[in-house]
Design a binder for this molecule. Structure first.
Ligand code: KIV
Ligand code: ZN
Length: 515
């Protein structure tokens, strides 16, 4: 029997620490539901003590998720750990994840604590956490740059106090595969009670080796949990990409001889959802989830594929959830066909009213665009979910004039609460003019951190998906808008970001601002 590797997803915590990737409570719940469909074993939903917003988001995820363990990060102190336990109250299965740095540099400079103090605090925190949860993980932050003898003492101490998982992060992405694998193996061999806990790896991608290091931690080191994120989202150069880990374990089962419980067909929907919510576009040549990951353009390759797919394909696009980009629906498609396609895409829709609302959006898109692809349906459903979260500002219409040599002008009409407002403005380009027109009325004064446009399918018939990232008062929010007209998509994205700034229930400090 092959050993099982536990997949611990930290998109909602470590992933959120990417500058600009902060998510609202509702967005975290939407992603958590998709992670549950993906069948990840553990969902790290956030860092409860970092902000009231994150506490609320973790509580909401804990209440929504039934099949995965829900986890909160905590610094190794009573206050953080209590906060984590409180946020996880509603969870079916919960985990508290306490961390404390163990490298000489972090202990001296960041913590200003002696190694003996760190050892005592680590043990005390796990003892405390075990009174609040059965399932307790300890992470030795900057573990890979820690001294082996000291780290062995810390790990032995926290296992004695009841830690059920031991995580050895390569916090700064400094490791190389063999060295990291050997490091974990040495620890497991030297720590007397090492078999009493599950060993876990958590690798950052600063040198582009996060996935290779994690796999070596499992293969060479004997770890049985991998911490990872969708699309490799995470601090700086990111974290270990879940999709690459899962497909490496599956495709090279002959070598790894290990299994995980992930439903791979949910990988691409998860990737798209995370990309759409965070505004972090997936590079086309990204393994597994990049738009070109399964594209064969050279004549020789196409010829080979037509004769036998195995000539140039080691995985099947459909196995990881790529739709074959077929036209699925059109103007004449009815409500039942729409509902069935949603089911085939794994999109759960509970209330009849939500289905009706989504169907209205579908019909309106089908009036503008004759061919509706799966990607369009996913975008419609994301818009519907955003609308459900409450829209104070709602796009109505836009007219715009631009001519070479003249400054573009735009008039935007939108709802502000229950009133309709209209305003005109000029700008450097048609998008700038439209956003200026909105700003004339809203006067948010928010700083624009990002504006990006993406075609969600191929060809000029495609809908444009625009992401706008705004910062104000210590908060960073992303707004997404889709429309076949990219100027209208831009106005929608801007209004969607303004909605998040406006709605206090979506309040959340940027994860970077953790005290
Ligand atoms: O990279 C890291 O060390 C972490 C820990 C808090 C687990 O994210
Ligand atoms: Zn990390």
């Amino acid at each position: 029997m092959s050993d099982k590797v536990i997949i611990f997803d930290t998109t909602l915590r470590d992933g959120e620490q990417s500058p600009g990737a902060s998510m609202t409570k509702d967005e975290k719940v939407r992603i958590a539901r998709q992670l549950e469909r993906l069948k990840v074993d553990v969902i790290e939903a956030g860092f409860a003590a970092s902000s009231e917003g994150d506490f609320q988001a973790i509580s909401a995820v804990a209440a929504a998720v039934k099949d995965s363990i829900v986890c909160s990060l905590a610094r190794a102190n009573d206050k953080d750990i209590t906060r984590a336990a409180d946020a996880l109250k509603a969870a079916n299965a919960k985990r508290i994840h306490a961390f404390l740095a163990t490298s000489p540099l972090h202990m001296a400079v960041k913590l200003r604590m002696s190694p003996e103090e760190v050892l005592e605090q680590a043990k005390r925190s796990i003892r405390f956490a075990r009174n609040l949860a059965e399932d307790v993980e300890f992470s030795a932050e900057d573990g890979y740059r820690s001294e082996m003898d000291f780290l062995c003492r810390v790990v032995e101490g926290v296992i004695n106090e009841g830690a059920t998982t031991i995580n050895i992060p390569d916090t700064v992405g400094y490791a190389t595969p063999e060295l990291y694998g050997d490091f974990i193996k040495t620890l497991r061999t030297r720590v007397p009670n090492s078999d009493k806990a599950v060993w876990s790896v958590h690798c950052h991608n600063d040198l582009g080796m996060a996935v290779a290091n994690s796999l070596a931690g499992v293969k060479i080191g004997g770890a049985r949990q991998i911490e990872c994120t969708i699309n490799g989202l995470g601090e700086r150069a990111g974290n270990t990409a879940l999709e690459e880990i899962v497909m490496a374990l599956r495709t090279r089962k002959d070598y790894f001889d290990m299994v995980c419980g992930i439903d791979a067909s949910q990988i691409v929907p998860a990737s798209k959802l995370v990309s759409q919510i965070t505004g972090f576009v997936v590079q086309p040549n990204k393994a597994v989830v990049g738009a070109n990951a399964f594209a064969h353009t050279s004549g020789i390759h196409q010829d080979g594929i037509l004769k036998n797919r195995d000539t140039y394909e080691i995985m099947r696009a459909e196995d990881v959830g790529w739709a074959t980009n077929k036209i699925v629906l059109g103007k004449l498609s009815g409500r039942n066909a729409f509902k069935q396609r949603l089911q085939e895409l794994g999109i759960a829709i509970e209330a009849e009213a939500d289905l009706n609302e989504a169907f209205v959006r579908f019909k309106s898109l089908a009036d503008q665009k004759s061919e509706i692809f799966d990607e369009d349906i996913i975008a419609i459903m994301s818009d519907s979910a955003a609308a459900e979260a409450g829209e104070f500002y709602k796009f109505i219409s836009l007219s715009q004039h631009s001519e070479t040599g003249e400054r573009p002008k735009s008039k935007v009409t939108f709802r502000v609460g229950d009133k309709e407002a209209s305003s005109e403005a000029e700008g450097n380009g048609p998008v700038d003019a439209s956003l200026n027109a909105i700003e004339e009325i809203v006067k948010s004064g928010a700083e624009q951190l990002l504006y990006s446009v993406n075609a969600i399918t191929s060809g000029t018939q495609s809908q444009g998906e625009v992401t706008v990232r705004l910062a104000k008062g210590g908060r960073i929010v992303n707004g997404v808008g889709t429309d076949p007209d990219i100027i209208a998509a831009s106005a929608k994205a801007y209004l969607s970001a303004l909605n998040k700034l406006h709605d206090p229930s979506q309040a959340k400090l940027n994860a970077q601002m953790t005290p």
